[in-house]
Design a protein around this ligand. Sequence first.
Ligand code: 9WO
Length: 251
Amino acid sequence: MLNFHVISLFPELFSAVRDSGVTGRAHQKGLWACHCVNPRGHVYDVHNTVDDRPFGGGPGMVMMYQPLKDSLLQIRSSIESSASVKVIYLSPQGNPLTQTKVAELAQWQHLVLLCGRYEGVDERFIEAHVDEEISVGDFVVSGGELPAMMLMDAVVRLLPGALGHQASAAEDSFSDGMLDCPHYTRPAMIDGMAVPAVLQSGNHAAIAQWRRQQKLARTASRRPDLLAKVELTKAEQDWLTEQGLVDIKTE
Ligand code: 9WO
């Protein structure tokens, strides 16, 4: 059982990942749990202040250290001391989230997800209490909640029993470090567009080869950075060269 502990000013947002789809079913099955802590519940001044003006001036507000520290203390006091706990801050300054990192996170017993709002979090809280800063992409949103939910979704679907028996995480995009191949369903012809004949041939070896080649071609043309990390056979390298998609490793 994987436990997410979310520190957020908007805990109600997390019903989306808790209640719907693959993650919702996995939650119902007891494969994971989500415990939200609102830093606003740890402020004791009359105005319920969780943010303050930045030292040095400028626009925006900064989330204060103390309500976050007390939220984290509440979480830590609920966790047995022998359990594995990792504290993550979602921010554009973090390490990129990859499928490899997602698989690693799925091994932890407790993941604390700190969701910032405003201009961010007092840096001293990150230094003292955050184990890893993670980014889900090079863009900015208004808070860490949506990035946190992306991370949760990506991790939960890897938990044993989360995906149906026919869908397997081993067949995902990225499980082999490459982009996915195209998919088709009925009808076999629509608006003048046919399904590739090989997919209707019943020849499973030919279908597997076609899919592998599609993955190779798409990864080479769209994400050469990913292809550079994939182990290719000599035949696959030659095929890419034939296609005019030069394998950057052989350059
Ligand atoms: C807000 C703001 C307001 C006035 C002036 C400057 C400002 N900067 C920001 C800002 O970057 N806010 C962030 C919002 C602070 C950290 C939480 N927020 C966030 C996380 N936005 N985007 C992410 C995020 C996290 C992980 N991967 C991609 C994006």
